[in-house]
Design a protein around this ligand. Structure first.
Ligand SMILES: *[C@@H]1O[C@H](CO)[C@@H](O)[C@H](O)[C@H]1NC(C)=O
Ligand SMILES: *[C@@H]1O[C@H](CO)[C@@H](O)[C@H](O)[C@H]1NC(C)=O
Ligand SMILES: *[C@@H]1O[C@H](CO)[C@@H](O)[C@H](O)[C@H]1NC(C)=O
Ligand SMILES: *[C@@H]1O[C@H](CO)[C@@H](O)[C@H](O)[C@H]1NC(C)=O
Length: 820
């Protein structure tokens, strides 16, 4: 209920009544008695301090900070407390002052009047406390007449038992406004578990008599419709300590908050009449019972006994929670942290209820601490905060939040923290490799049977064979419309033309000394897992559809490029099949092509295995783009480039480097990002990726290029006044998109360049896939007799110096022959 029926004004003799009174609402305690009464209050009790007569040097704010729910103050005191939230202040007014009382800047009124006045008569919206002349004879009537006002009753007038001519029973006063709408006059009563966040245990009935008994004994006592007064647990031992009684808003039903002992509330032996606990309540029960009875050597036992282990787990989970980003991750990590935090609480005898009481007590403080972290922790999080974008709080995924990037002004970032701006999120590749290993090994051991089983499991396709050999049928017009076919043809011819031009057709030949000719010539890698360049065997792996077929686009391309074998499998199992070969699947020498983290992990694994004798193009990480824009950039284009990367996946890396941008230009770009992102079907992915993305503001093009070269992006897009001129400054990048009309999408699909490019900063030392990737280079030399006469002595000297006599000899015997 929002307002108490009455408040007991505590006097020095009230001690014996306090446990009962604390059940039914706040106590009203004069300032002079606060220190004396507080220690005897149960932790669940609440109280208001009557401070209107406090000595002038009383620290009223401290009373609130220490737990008073509100203060009754004089109007002069009220003027002094303008910083205190007004709902915590109840101002005292005399009957003569009622006319203007409604305007007072206080949360409640404390009215001293000779007769009953109601909030309605005063015109006051908040709680009104009414102190008027009450006696045992008229108390119940006064409470009823006061309507929504809370009547102040001196404790000297109250008794725990039944009302008498000199005293009012606490239950009678409490139940004064309660009316039953039932023929038997009973009150529906919800019983809730105080120790489980007030969740319901069941539903029972109360009578005036049972409520009086419950208040007097501070136990769960109800009215059974069959058996009369029902002292819960009297026979079963599952007794209840009563913590609180409340009324609902229209005063016709009750809530009992209890601590349930014994086996639980329900006669069926479950903790509640609505079944088992769930969530936090369940966790607390489980931990409490484990604390008593966890088996020696079990993990829980260790957690309870090894304080260092528990400490480390709490720290670890706290960090993981801070690093979590998606809603799912945050929920998952928060659950872990709560688990270990509650384990710590339970091991110290602290219940969820104690934690909630601590929260309530904190919420009563009016003097707020600044809320800064302790220096120890501030130091700890500094680099991380600069590195990873501040993890988006769960609320930020809410649809109404703008979709925006984080902005950093480069010159404001201290030198030693700049490297953090270049860091990509840590990829847990070792964990991935552990997951992929059993799949790769199964195909290696079981061959076609293993491959088949896993294709059934992962792709839901039950295949006769995982292999399809040429000739491949040309997909029909219905399967592959002419415009798609024409687009593929155009892309194919562009890629082919560009890559054919890269072919090392003629051998390289250099005469290093007269008669000493060295040469280098290229040969295609014989068998590759995908692609052109004259390779003898091209195995193309693609996951089949559940009906066992493959997509017409892939089939069409397979035919165009002359694939020798289509492997109908995907993921790690396809990589393993190509690496080791099976009866049906030819073993390849090099595996190319992008894939998800399973594919990447499998490629890393097989490349590392000397038994497989296979190489890979590169370990691909999450895709990245770095866009450099100056004041001439078109915000619409810039935003579209950022988003075309962001829609790839939530871990896409998107960086915008702005050169001396005006505030208007920057906000135009930000507005475009938000607007275009919202229009995307994949808005959720884009929102998350953009939320983690970074805008770096610099003053000059040189600074921008320097930053980009250090970042070494997979894709670099230049929106600059002189974009072609800037290419000369590019030192590290996978592929460069020059000028306003060169979106990354062109390279992705059709311009001619290949799109398997180094990520994660590897553009510092690696090239993207190109024709050379499908070749290896063989060197050779041909030395003439004259050549050996000149070169031989050099070799002999070096071989002797190294102590390799046979090497030296191979030259000496020839030189000897020549000098005959
Ligand atoms: C108001 O605060 C001032 C300064 O702390 C104090 O001197 C004065 O007594 C206070 N007035 C009342 C009515 O408490
Ligand atoms: C780039 O090469 C990879 C590996 O051979 C291939 O899967 C991909 O289709 C190629 N992309 C383009 C755009 O040429
Ligand atoms: C590669 O092999 C080495 C040596 O066996 C091993 O230490 C390393 O962990 C392996 N790496 C991967 C990615 O499997
Ligand atoms: C930045 O742009 C302003 C005009 O917006 C120009 O006056 C200023 O010189 C530029 N600063 C640099 C470092 O180029």
């Amino acid at each position: 209920m929002t307002r108490p029926v009455f408040v007991p004004l505590v006097d020095p003799t009230a001690n014996a009544l306090i446990p009962s009174l604390a059940l039914i609402g706040p106590l009203l305690i004069p300032t002079s008695l606060v220190d004396a009464v507080r220690p005897s209050l149960p932790p669940t009790a609440s109280y208001i301090v009557e401070a209107s007569a406090a000595k002038p040097d009383t620290d009223l704010v401290a009373l609130l900070n220490n737990g008073a729910k509100a203060l009754v103050v004089s109007q002069a005191q009220l003027d002094n407390l303008s910083d205190v939230p007004k709902e915590r202040l109840i101002v005292k007014v005399a009957e003569s002052e009622l006319a203007n009382a409604a305007q007072l800047p206080a949360g409640g009124l404390y009215v001293s009047a000779s007769k009953v006045v109601t909030p309605k008569e005063i015109g006051f919206k908040g709680p009104v406390f009414l102190q008027t002349e009450v006696s045992a004879a008229n108390a119940v009537e006064t409470i009823k007449a006061a309507g929504d006002a809370t009547v102040v009753l001196p404790t000297a007038l109250l008794t725990e038992g039944a009302s008498t001519s000199s005293h009012v029973g606490i239950a009678d006063a409490f139940l004064a406004p309660v009316i039953s709408d039932r023929p038997d006059g009973l009150f529906p009563t919800i019983v809730a578990s105080s120790t489980h966040s007030s969740r319901p245990l069941g539903m029972v009935y109360s009578s005036r008599e049972s409520v009086a008994e419950a208040i007097k004994t501070q136990k769960g006592v109800y009215q059974s419709r069959k058996h009369g007064l029902w002292r819960k647990g009297e026979t079963s031992g599952s007794v209840q300590d009563l913590v609180k009684i409340d009324l609902d808003c229209d005063t016709d039903s009750l809530v009992f908050e209890v601590v349930q002992h014994g086996t639980g509330f329900c006669h069926l032996g479950t903790p509640t009449c609505f079944g088992q606990w769930s969530g936090l309540a369940k966790l607390e029960d489980t931990l409490q019972s484990r604390f008593v009875s966890a088996p020696e050597g079990s993990y829980t036992k260790r957690l309870f006994t090894d304080e260092k282990l528990l400490r480390a787990k709490i720290m670890e989970e706290a960090e993981e929670l801070c690093d979590a980003n998606t809603k799912e991750e945050v929920a998952f990590e928060a659950a872990d942290l709560i688990y270990f935090a509650l384990t710590r609480a339970v091991s110290k005898g602290v219940s969820l209820k104690d934690i909630e009481l601590a929260l309530d007590a904190k919420s009563l403080k009016v003097t707020r601490r600044k809320g800064d972290a302790k220096p120890k922790w501030e130091e700890k999080v500094k680099p991380a905060a600069a590195a990873a974008p501040a993890p988006a709080p769960a609320a930020e995924t809410a649809e109404d939040k703008p979709i925006r990037m984080r902005t950093t002004v480069l010159k404001d970032v201290p030198k030693e923290e700049r490297p953090q701006l270049l860091v990509r999120p840590v990829l847990n590749s070792l964990a991935m490799i552990d997951k992929v290993k059993p799949i790769v090994e199964r195909v290696q051991k079981e061959g076609d049977a293993g491959l088949k089983a896993m294709t059934k499991q992962f792709d839901k396709a039950d295949l006769e064979s995982n292999v399809q050999l040429p000739p491949f049928a040309t997909p029909s017009e219905a399967e592959l419309p002419a415009d798609v076919r024409a687009a593929i043809d155009q892309a194919y011819s562009n890629v082919k033309e560009f890559h054919a031009a890269q072919l090392d057709a003629a051998p390289l030949r250099v005469e290093t000394m007269p008669g000493v000719v060295c040469s280098r010539f290229a040969r295609p890698i014989q068998r590759v897992g995908v692609y052109v360049a004259g390779c003898k065997e091209i195995v193309l792996a693609t996951p089949p559809r559940p009906d066992g077929s493959i997509s017409p686009e892939v089939l069409y391309v397979a035919k165009l490029v002359g694939v020798t074998c289509i492997l109908k499998a995907g993921g790690a199992q396809a990589v393993s099949a190509m690496a080791y070969g099976t009866k049906e699947v030819p073993k390849v020498d090099k595996i190319f092509g992008p894939g998800n983290q399973w594919v990447t992990a499998a490629k890393m694994l097989v490349q590392n295995d000397t038994d497989a004798l296979v190489s890979i193009d590169m370990p691909a990480g999450p895709s990245e783009v770095l866009v450099i824009a100056d004041e001439t950039a078109n915000p619409v284009f810039v935003a579209s480039d950022l988003l075309s990367q962001a829609e790839h996946g939530v871990d896409s890396q998107v960086v915008l480097v702005g050169i001396n941008l005006t505030a208007e230009k920057l906000s135009a770009i930000e507005a475009e990002v938000d607007k275009q992102a919202r229009a995307l079907p994949r808005v959720k992915i884009a929102r998350e990726a953009i939320g983690k993305s970074l805008i770096v503001l610099v003053d000059t093009q040189d600074e921008a290029m320097e930053f980009s070269n250090e970042y070494a992006p997979e894709h670099l897009i230049l929106h600059l006044k002189d974009a072609p001129g800037a290419v000369a400054q590019v030192e590290n990048a996978g592929s460069v998109f020059v000028g306003a009309f060169s979106p990354e999408s062109c390279g992705d699909y059709a311009s001619g360049t290949n799109h398997t490019l180094p990520t994660n900063g590897y553009a510092r030392q690696f090239s993207g896939v190109n024709t050379l990737s499908f070749q290896k280079h063989i060197t050779s030399q041909e030395v003439t007799a004259d050549g050996l006469r000149k070169l031989g002595p050099v070799v002999v000297t070096l071989a002797e110096r190294e102590g390799l006599e046979a090497h030296a000899n191979a030259v000496r015997v020839r030189l000897a022959e020549l000098s005959k």
